[in-house]
Ligand binder design. Structure first.
Ligand SMILES: Nc1ncnc2c1ncn2[C@@H]1O[C@H](COP(=O)(O)OP(=O)(O)OP(=O)(O)O)[C@@H](O)[C@H]1O
Length: 456
């Protein structure tokens, strides 16, 4: 497809010859010798680049440039300067023109300047599309007062370097908020590194965080760059901070006090510049009272606190979230789904959502995979919820044998316990007062699984 160039000049002879030259070189060219009409044309048509004469009677090039830049700034404008207009051309560039050429220039130079400008625009547009896709994936949806306050807080704290502690149940969006803070900060171009303190055994976590030198301990076959160093200049997100061992808490505190990392096996500490965001679904003040979390570390981390309430406390967020996930998964799975019926929405609003937004997202994904309808109906939602029944729905298990009803409840109860304990088998088994083998057996029997659950 040929690129479209808009040529504006009062010199019609020059205009026509330039148009011919560009067309021979596979460009499409539209010309205008009337500056006022040119504004309307620029407003109504799509161009990849504009070549604009600096000196014209009536509205001159500088005034026209000003008007064009008011309309849009993504189309590069190259000024065409005649004799003695170089200072004006420089002024135009200061105002936002892409470059300038001289009428007397070798036509091949004009081609090069034009191609460069169009290439730059292409890259700009590609970047905008990618950014829009990322923004969509990481956008925080919700109309509740709680979410609006969180969005305001993100904006307020993003530009500082203050440490942030994000609290909230599993699946409420803690990681999403951490990413939003990073993406809105001056560190946005630098890495965002996430580490889940509950998913890595305590002995390995130290090396994951701070790194090690080859030979520092048995099995350290090569140097390993810890997450603090990987995140240098950017943001480190420590998820499930409440699960960090007391020894490691002490080491983390030292890093935060000195902004230096002690790589295992390396005698010299290394300076780092990392913004720390921590998250937990546990009650840290309670862990402090139980002697499991250091109070000094808590105060270091808790400079700014963002608490995300569970979804059941903000049902007004369910319609916009459902809409968001429907659009997202309809596109992913190429389905014709456009919306959801009022009745189906009511069922979603009444659900308990112990797994919060992650659970809602999974339910919508499941419905979209299975449906071919344009509007999701109540039956489809009920079926999708059926595999993860809530306490509310279980109380209506009429028509089933007692054995079946009890089994359903047993499955539900085990699932909820696992969720509450972030899928840690040992903790969940303890809470259920059964041993871990029995829990594994029941999980197998009921087909309960989470892809990345942790064996603690
Ligand atoms: N307000 C929101 N708008 C859109 N999507 C959301 C929102 N909150 C959460 N999500 C989505 O829900 C899922 C779970 O969110 P996230 O992983 O951030 O939760 P979390 O609190 O960090 O969970 P965990 O404690 O289990 O690590 C993600 O897919 C996330 O994109």
């Amino acid at each position: 497809m040929a690129f479209k160039v808009f040529l504006i000049d009062d010199d019609v002879v020059y205009l026509k010859s330039l148009k011919e030259f560009l067309e021979v070189n596979n460009f499409q060219a539209e010309i205008s010798s009337n500056p006022r009409k040119a504004v309307a044309t620029f407003q109504n048509k799509e161009f990849d680049c504009v070549l604009l004469d600096l000196k014209m009677p009536g509205l001159d090039g500088i005034q026209l440039l000003e008007k064009f830049l008011e309309i849009r700034t993504d189309v590069p404008i190259i000024m065409v300067s005649g004799e003695g207009t170089i200072p004006l051309a420089i002024k135009a560039i200061r105002m936002g023109a892409y470059d300038f050429i001289e009428k007397s220039d070798d036509p091949n130079r004009i081609l090069i300047t034009l191609s460069n400008a169009i290439e730059k625009r292409k890259l700009f547009l590609e970047k905008s599309v990618l950014k829009a896709q990322i923004d969509e994936t990481y956008s925080i949806v919700g109309q509740s007062e709680a979410i609006q306050k969180i969005l305001d807080k993100i904006e307020m704290v993003a530009r500082s370097n203050a440490k942030v502690l994000i609290t909230g149940e599993s699946g409420t969006g803690k990681e999403l908020v951490a990413r939003a803070i990073h993406n809105n900060s001056l560190r946005a171009g630098k890495p965002f590194v996430k580490i889940n303190c509950a998913a890595i055994p305590s002995m390995l976590l130290e090396s994951e965080l701070f790194g090690h030198k080859k030979g520092a301990f048995t099995g350290a076959h090569q140097d390993y760059k810890g997450k603090f160093l990987v995140a240098d200049g950017g943001t480190l997100f420590l998820d499930e901070i409440g699960d960090m061992s007391p020894e490691l808490q002490a080491k983390l505190l030292r890093v935060l006090e000195n902004n230096e990392v002690e790589v295992i096996g390396n005698p010299l500490p290394i300076k780092v510049d990392v913004r720390l965001i921590a998250a937990t679904n546990q009650n840290l003040p309670q862990l402090i009272r139980d002697g499991k979390f250091r109070e000094d570390l808590f105060h270091r981390l808790n400079v700014i606190q963002v608490h995300i309430p569970p979804l059941r406390e903000r049902p007004e967020d369910i319609p916009p979230l459902a809409d968001h996930f429907i659009k997202m998964f309809a596109q992913t799975y190429n389905k014709p789904v456009r919306g959801i019926s009022e009745q189906a929405l009511q069922i979603l609003k009444q659900n308990e959502w112990t797994g919060n937004i992650r659970e809602l997202r999974n339910v919508i994904e499941k419905v979209i995979v299975l449906t071919d309808k344009e509007i999701i109906d109540a039956q489809e939602i009920n079926e999708a919820l059926g595999s993860a029944p809530t306490a509310q729905r279980l109380s209506f298990s009429n028509g089933k044998s007692l054995k079946k009803a009890l089994e359903e409840y047993e499955k539900f109860y085990i699932e909820q316990t696992l969720k509450q304990h972030s899928w840690k088998i040992l903790d969940s088994a303890k809470a259920l007062d059964i041993d871990r083998t029995a829990l594994f057996r029941k999980m197998r029997k009921f087909g309960i699984q989470k892809d990345d659950y942790v064996r603690s």
